[in-house]
Design a protein around this ligand. Sequence first.
Ligand code: T4K
Length: 378
Amino acid sequence: MTPPPPFTQPLYVTRPILPPLAEYTTLLQDVWASGWLANGGAQHHLLEAELSQWLNAPHLSLFNNGTIALIVACQALRLSGEVITSPFTFPATPHVLSWNNVTPVFADIDPDTLCIDPNQVESLVTNRTSGILGVHVYGIPCDVQALDALARTYGLRVAYDGAHAFGTQVNRRAISSYGDATMFSFHATKLFHTAEGGALAVNDPDLKKRIELLKNFGIKSENEVVMPGINGKMSELQAALGRIVLRHVGTERERRATIRTLYQTRLAHQPGLNLLQIPANATDSLQYLVLRVNAQTAGLHRDQLHERLKRFNIVTRKYFNPLCSDYSCYRQLPSANPRNLPNAYRVAAEVLTLPYFGALSDGDVHQVCDAILYSLRH
Ligand code: T4K
């Protein structure tokens, strides 16, 4: 087998939906005419309504990014003491707890869903535990029913980091209908994006009222500030971009579904390689395409594959390695002991995020698969 050609430009794991610029500038003319750039203008209201409908999330608040949204969720739910969460995630997840003076307690993950294992969560509940912060990693849903049941048993709040879960459904229900609050990220790297942005979806309209105050400095009226809020507001420029991007989400999702099938066809029968699957009772957010590399069977460690693909100008990512429990700021926590997290350690050494976005051609996908198969054989 001759080596496949390298890509002429670096091929990244994702590229944002970039609609024709004229669609955006047309909408910006309205923004210009209004003279209103921030603090809940017309675009903000329209996008909030459009997304509420798209996500089937009736109580939705827009934010300037997903991390601030999750910080506000912790405040709104009055999380304190300890919160049980996943070590297999982006740094933002445990950091939002730290920013709220809450100690993250890391629970091991389920080896199939890669989300926190409810049995592990239960074993970590103490009288300091105030909540659970689950992560729907890569858009794969947590065991939401088991976590909701635990919350009822122990009187805990449940927040979800759904940064990757835009469009995920479980048992035909919107992902945000489970738990108390779900955060979505609208960063440029997400399928739906506003360049930077995010949202919180909750199931209690009173909680939404508190969130609206918290994201705007706690300002209730001209003469009243009722709580120490923060600035979490999405601008009109972000919201206008989101409204344009939303029009293209359906096409992007269709293309990503086709690309997923193509990867699956090319890589499914290769010993030691496994593309992560969405459980049968859930729908796919089509956010990331993740390969698991079993070093023994594949004959190559994930790290070696990651390096070899760079020779073909393919820039894969090891989301999410290292584990958050291994960061210098969390390593000393008792729950961060690697002996408590065997599944998370094994998975973090196996996962590789591959290029996955609508602008990839079939030829690009074949070229990536050729490079993977060539790397395994040589
Ligand atoms: N919770 C979870 C589970 C998360 O994954 C995230 C964010 C959050 C919470 C926090 O949500 P936000 O506060 O961000 O809304 C990226 C994103 O910045 C981050 O949002 C995302 N997760 C994380 C998984 O990925 P990096 O450091 O890997 O980004 P970067 O700059 O290396 O970009 C990745 C690739 O995307 C690049 O190789 C090329 C491509 N790219 C990136 C940007 C920014 C583009 O093509 N265009 C772009 O504009 O964190």
